[in-house]
Ligand binder design. Structure first.
Ligand SMILES: C[S@@+](CC[C@H](N)C(=O)[O-])C[C@H]1O[C@@H](n2cnc3c(N)ncnc32)[C@H](O)[C@@H]1O
Length: 367
C-alpha cells in the first residue's frame, strides 16, 4: 500500500521534473489536510535537498522514476525523524513498482536500507548547500563566501510566513515593514505576502489617490498592497488571467510591456516588478535552481531592459519608478538599471541575511 501523500508527492515530483511548478500542483491537491501537509513537506524537501540526497544515494545513472523514489525515501530517512525507516523504504519500493520499474525494486530496497541519518561530510559546497555548482560559484563571486553560504542555507529552510494585517493580533509579530506581520501560528485570516514583496511596495511611497502603473502585475500581490495604501492602480500584465480575482475592481490592461505602451497620460508612480529568474525565492520555489541555465540570465536581461525603457517613457515629471526583481543575479538587477534606468538608488534584501525572500529594487526619479 502506498499512502496518498507519498503517491501524490511522487507524481508531483515527476511532473515538476517535466516542467510543472510544485506550488501550483500542491495548491490543487485533493487530499485531506494531514496528507496534503506531508505531500508538501516531501515535495519541497526533496527539491530543496536534491543534491544532498543524490550524493547520499550515490546512484547517478538511473531512470527518473527510480531516482525520484530514491530521493523520496532518502529524504524521509535522513530528514524526517517521525517516519519509521521501514515505511519510507517499503513505500519507495512500491512506488517504483507502480511506475512500472519493477526491476529496480531490489536496488531501491538495498540502497535505502543502508542509509542512516546524521551529520555528513559533503564533498563540496554545491552538494552541501544543494545548489548547482555554477550558481554557488557566481554567488561567491558576487557576495563573498560567507554571505553566499547564508543565502544558500536559507534556501534549504521552509520560508517563514508573513501577512498583511491592519494591526497586532494573536499569533502575529510586527516587522520593520509597516502593515507586515510575521505569522507565528497558522492559519491566519489575513492575506499572505512575503515581507520582501511588501517592502518593495513601500519604496513607491504611495499616498492615497496617487496613480500607479503596475506593469507586471499578475498574480497581484503588490497590486493588492498598493490598493490597500490608497493608490489608484492600473494593473497590466502579459498574462492577465493570472491576476487574482480580488483585483477585479481595478482597471486591468493586457499588454506586452517590452513594446510601446498604450497610455496617453503619464504616471506619478510606476512599478516594474519584472519577470526574472527568481533566484531570491529558492526556499519557496526550489525547482528553479535545477531548471535555470546561466544563459537564461541574458535572455531575461534583454526583456527586463526593454520593459524598463518603456516604463521610463511613461513616468510623469517628478514621478517615482521602482524596478524590482526577486533575483540575486546582477545581470537582472544592477546591469538592467545601468542599461535602462539612468540615475537610480538601489536596495537589496538577501535571503538568510534579511527576513523573507531575496529582492532587488531600484528607485528611479524622473528629472
Ligand atoms: C515577478 S511576476 C510579477 C509579480 C506581481 N507583481 C506580484 O507581486 O504578484 C512578473 C510578471 O511579469 C509578467 N510579464 C512577463 N513578460 C511580460 C511583458 N513582456 N509585459 C508585461 N508583463 C510581463 C508575467 O506574466 C508575470 O506575471
Amino acid at each position: 500500500m502506498i499512502s496518498p501523500a507519498r503517491a501524490a508527492a511522487f507524481d508531483i515530483l515527476l511532473r515538476v521534473a517535466r516542467g510543472a511548478w510544485a506550488s501550483e500542483l500542491l495548491r490543487n491537491l485533493d487530499l485531506d489536510e494531514r496528507d496534503a501537509r506531508l505531500a508538501s513537506e516531501l515535495v519541497y524537501g526533496v527539491l530543496r535537498r536534491q543534491a544532498q540526497l543524490d550524493y547520499r544515494v550515490g546512484k547517478p545513472r538511473l531512470d527518473l522514476e527510480v531516482r525520484l523514489a530514491l530521493r523520496l525515501g532518502a529524504y524521509q530517512i535522513l530528514y524526517l525523524d517521525r517516519i519509521p525507516k521501514h515505511a519510507a523504504v517499503s513505500e519507495s519500493v512500491e512506488l517504483v513498482k507502480r511506475a512500472k520499474k519493477k526491476s529496480a525494486a531490489g536496488l531501491v530496497n538495498a540502497v535505502l536500507r543502508r542509509l542512516e541519518p546524521g551529520d555528513h561530510d559533503w564533498p563540496d559546497p554545491a552538494t552541501r548547500y544543494s545548489l548547482p555548482e555554477w550558481l554557488w560559484v557566481r554567488w561567491v563571486a558576487q557576495y563573498g563566501e560567507q554571505t553566499a553560504a547564508q543565502m544558500a542555507e536559507a534556501s534549504l529552510r521552509p520560508p517563514e510566513v508573513f501577512v498583511r494585517a491592519p494591526g497586532a493580533a494573536p499569533g502575529l509579530e510586527p516587522t520593520e515593514v509597516p502593515g507586515c506581520y510575521r505569522a507565528l501560528s497558522l492559519p491566519q485570516p489575513y492575506r499572505q505576502q512575503d515581507i520582501g514583496s511588501q517592502w518593495v511596495v513601500t519604496l513607491l511611497e504611495i499616498k492615497p489617490g496617487v496613480r500607479l502603473l503596475d506593469l507586471c502585475a499578475a498574480p497581484g500581490n503588490k497590486t493588492a498592497t498598493a490598493l490597500e495604501l490608497g493608490a489608484e492602480v492600473f494593473a497590466c500584465d502579459l498574462h492577465l488571467h493570472r491576476l487574482r480575482d480580488f483585483l477585479a475592481a481595478c482597471p486591468r490592461v493586457v499588454l506586452d510591456a517590452t513594446r510601446p505602451l498604450p497610455f496617453r497620460q503619464k504616471f506619478d508612480r510606476i512599478l516594474v516588478d519584472a519577470p526574472c529568474s527568481g533566484t531570491g525565492t529558492l526556499a519557496r520555489n526550489p525547482e528553479i535552481k535545477w531548471r535555470l541555465r546561466p544563459e537564461d540570465l541574458m535572455d531575461l536581461q534583454r526583456r527586463q531592459v526593454a520593459i524598463l525603457r518603456q516604463a521610463r517613457e511613461a513616468l510623469a515629471p517628478g514621478g517615482r519608478l521602482v524596478y524590482s526583481t526577486c533575483s540575486l543575479e546582477r545581470e537582472e538587477n544592477e546591469e538592467v538599471v545601468a542599461l535602462a534606468g539612468g540615475l537610480a538608488e538601489t536596495f537589496q534584501r538577501l535571503p538568510g541575511v534579511h527576513a523573507g525572500d531575496g529582492f532587488f529594487a531600484a528607485v528611479i526619479r524622473s528629472s
